[in-house]
Write a protein that binds this ligand. Structure first.
Ligand SMILES: C[S@@+](CC[C@H](N)C(=O)[O-])C[C@H]1O[C@@H](n2cnc3c(N)ncnc32)[C@H](O)[C@@H]1O
Length: 274
């Protein structure tokens, strides 16, 4: 598959977006449970060859390597790899870090026993191309595992809130949280994957005392929110965006009168590549 100049330009902008802010600190603050959960659901064990797509700082790759798998952590944004390498060193594991676009993976057909992605592949704009690539690089009989925010959950709602303030999406791009819909996965993968499980689960977040601290955290550290905030500022709608984000945090806070507590729904899907 060749990369067109317009696509290369789009991916360079996406890379810069994910390198902005401080995604590694978000993982450490509240996202750490997701990687081991996906690895456990995929049943990863010693000697398996595993590809983590859109691996970021290795939230799923590192626990897979800790189970004795041979792991390739791939991501569009190599700026995240240093934090991942430091985490891997602290965990005493070695893995391979490869810059790769999920829509155009630089790996041979059928070269992995497990192909997985934790809240990662969902962020590439062309869902069909990503699904085709995940299937292509997984061996027949191998496992495909996906952990994705759902459209109905808190991050699905955040993307709906940010949409009207964000830069226009590229033509044909589909919203990331669609990957958290069982129907959408069926449409993307068809009969190429026999799903063994689709589980809807919650990530509980108690790291913030005040509900609105959560919104501040996103404005300072999360690439998509930083890009949306900058676009709102450019359009003279910064205050409107900030108020909407504050209201969103209040609305989703389940902590009552105590410290803030949020629940973020994700879909965990594991299947066999036919
Ligand atoms: C929310 S982070 C998830 C990272 C990691 N899997 C985790 O669980 O913490 C989304 C990741 O998707 C990556 N990403 C976005 N678009 C991509 C693409 N087209 N190809 C590969 N990775 C991409 C970003 O660089 C970022 O690391």
């Amino acid at each position: 598959m060749t990369t067109q100049p317009a696509d290369a330009d789009l991916k360079a902008r996406h890379r810069a977006m994910w390198a902005s802010g401080d995604y590694p600190s978000m993982v450490e603050t509240f996202l750490l449970p997701l990687g081991p959960r996906l690895v456990e659901a995929c049943g990863i064990g010693p000697g398996q060859r595993v590809l983590d797509v859109a691996a970021g700082t290795g939230n799923a790759s590192i626990p897979a390597a800790e189970r004795g798998a041979e792991v390739v952590a791939s991501d569009l944004t190599p700026e995240l790899f240093d934090a991942g390498r430091a985490r891997a060193a602290a965990a005493g594991v070695e893995l391979e870090w490869v810059q790769a676009d999920a829509e155009n993976l630089p790996f041979e057909d059928g070269s992995f026993d497990v192909v997985m992605s934790s809240i990662g592949a969902m962020f590439a704009p062309n869902h069909r191309r990503v699904a085709d690539e995940l299937v292509r690089v997984c061996r027949p009989g191998g496992t495909i595992g996906l952990l994705s925010w759902t459209p109905e959950g808190m991050i699905g709602a955040l993307f709906r809130l940010m949409g009207p303030f964000a830069p226009p999406p590229p033509p044909g791009a589909q919203p990331p949280p669609l990957w958290g819909s069982e129907t959408h996965l069926d449409e993307l993968f068809g009969d190429r994957v026999a799903w063994r499980a689709h589980e809807r689960e919650m990530l509980e977040i108690t790291a913030f005392h005040e509900a609105r601290d959560y919104g501040e955290h996103f404005k300072q550290r999360y690439g998509p929110t930083i890009a949306t905030h900058a676009n709102a500022r450019k359009e003279g709608r910064e205050a409107e965006f900030e108020e909407a984000l504050d209201r969103f945090c209040d609305e989703w806070n389940r902590g009552g009168d105590g410290p803030a507590r949020f629940e973020k729904e994700y879909l965990l899907s594991v299947g066999t590549r036919r």
